[in-house]
Design a protein around this ligand. Structure first.
Ligand code: PLP
Length: 453
């Protein structure tokens, strides 16, 4: 039996290419449509928002795309990231299962987000862009982009979902420390924000609303572009460094995973870990079960419809076919702010429709219970988002304790929770609410998705 606890790669073993799953799929994902004409969008339609290199990655049919040397150099600040065997957690569970976690919390932002932020800032800087706008929920993406912009001398303006802006002041301070400007969203700065505030002055905000604001600002200025931290194909592409490293590390450990489990907000850390394993699975080299875990309060894959919808709340973005709860659905303010998005990545949605992955939803108190058990055994306080995956990994390992099965479980520990201690505090003091699935609110939002085809 393998005895290693920490499986670390050499710097020279860091991937030099990103992996694009699309050409390996049995059928391509449905096209992105223009919101007015409902015709497939071309590269020019996206040019006001993104630099051409990223647009070409968005629609690329190449299996592998070289990571620019400058991006690799910045990645080396924290990559390759370690893979751990959770021996102390296994012992506490008294399970024959072997649990591995790929830890992305050692990055400058404390999560996987810099893997794409650095790449996006690089291509924008190459194209002569001077400023990036974006949205952020918990603040993970905003801090990642603020860091990345600082690397390339770009200005960074961030709309942070109001609920998180109020709950997590340290994330705002971190973004400002990296040099960014932050607005709580909805804000008075944009037309979109003013519209929402006129209807609901106390709006807690949502990722969809914050995206509307950031897109509006970018669309109105030639030198400014927009950056998205999840959902899009190029974002998932950049995150595949996680899975490529994990493949090599599992092989080093002499292990083949039976179950991959990850949390899904927009789907980028999950896709980043799983896509290279899906490639190996389709090639017949392994057969892991692949499972996405989402919050019960925002269950896009398990309860949403698979339909064309907008990526933002107001309806300014192109239409993407994805699992959605309705573009203007505002989830309850769960602490896993990064999982409060109304849609799922179109590519993850498509892969789900193809039957290549499964999904389940978990309530937030069960997640925090798992987070505490993990912190007390493994010594890392997880961000609220990956506690969703940990809850399922622990449940599976407990089932193995009963059945005696030696299942090999691999999960993405996509971020630490050092800025989320107020949420742990609420859990510890017994004040944490367990939001149910908001059926009526979803039904209402779904009645407003656009009719396509
Ligand atoms: C942003 C974020 C998420 C959710 O985004 P995905 O694109 O689904 O990965 C999950 N966990 C952490 C730590 C995040 O920062």
């Amino acid at each position: 039996m393998p005895e290693q606890t920490k499986i670390q790669l050499d710097e020279s073993e860091m991937p030099t290419r990103w992996y694009n799953l699309i050409p390996d799929l049995p059928e391509p994902p449905p096209p992105v449509l223009h919101p007015g004409t409902h015709e497939p969008v071309g590269p020019d339609d996206l040019a006001p928002l993104f630099p051409m290199d990223l647009i070409l990655q968005e629609v690329s049919g190449e299996r592998f795309i070289d990571i620019p040397e400058t991006v690799q150099e910045i990645y080396r600040l924290w990559r390759p990231s370690p893979l751990y065997r959770a021996r102390r957690l296994e012992k506490a569970l008294d399970t024959p299962a072997r649990i591995y976690y790929k830890y992305e919390g050692g990055s400058p932002a404390g999560s996987h987000k810099p893997n794409t932020a650095v790449a996006q800032a690089y291509y924008n800087a190459q194209a002569g862009v001077t400023k990036l706008t974006t949205e952020t929920g918990a603040g993970q993406w905003g801090s990642a982009l603020a860091f990345a912009c600082a690397q390339f001398g770009l200005e960074c303006e961030v709309w942070q979902v109001r609920a998180s802006y109020d709950q997590k002041p340290y994330r705002r301070m971190m973004m400002e420390t990296f040099g960014a400007t932050i607005h709580p969203s909805p804000s008075e700065v944009t037309e979109a924000g003013r519209t929402i505030l006129a209807e609901d002055p106390d709006s807690p905000g949502s990722l969809g609303i914050a995206i509307s604001e950031a897109v509006e600002m970018a669309a109105g200025d030639e030198q400014t572009k927009y950056a998205l931290g999840s959902v899009l194909n190029h974002v998932l592409l950049h995150q595949t460094v996680i899975g490529e490293e994990a493949l090599l590390q599992m092989e080093r450990a002499g292990e083949t995973p039976d179950l991959l489990v990850g949390c899904t907000g927009g789907g980028s850390n999950f896709g980043g870990l799983c896509f290279p394993f899906i490639r190996e699975k389709m090639a017949g080299k392994m057969a892991p079960e692949i499972r996405a875990v989402e919050p019960a309060a925002c269950p896009t894959l398990t309860k949403g419809v698979y339909a064309y919808d907008f990526g933002d709340a107001i309806g300014m973005t192109p239409l993407m076919k994805m699992h959605t709860l309705g573009h203007d659905f505002v989830p309850d303010p769960i602490h896993a702010g990064g999982l409060r998005y109304h849609g799922m990545a179109p590519l993850i949605s498509h892969v789900y429709e193809l039957g290549l992955l499964e999904a389940e939803a978990v309530g937030q108190t069960a997640c925090f219970e798992a987070g505490l058990q993990f912190a007390r055994t493994e010594g890392i306080v997880p961000a609220p988002e990956p506690t969703h995956a940990l809850a399922v990994a622990i449940e599976e390992a407990q089932a193995c304790a009963e059945s005696g099965e030696e299942k090999v479980i691999l999960t993405a520990l996509c971020g630490h929770g050092h800025f989320d201690l107020a949420a742990y505090d609420r859990y510890l003091s017994g004040e944490m609410e367990n939001y149910a699935y908001p059926e009526a609110k979803v039904a209402e939002a779904l009645s407003r998705i656009p009719a396509v085809g």
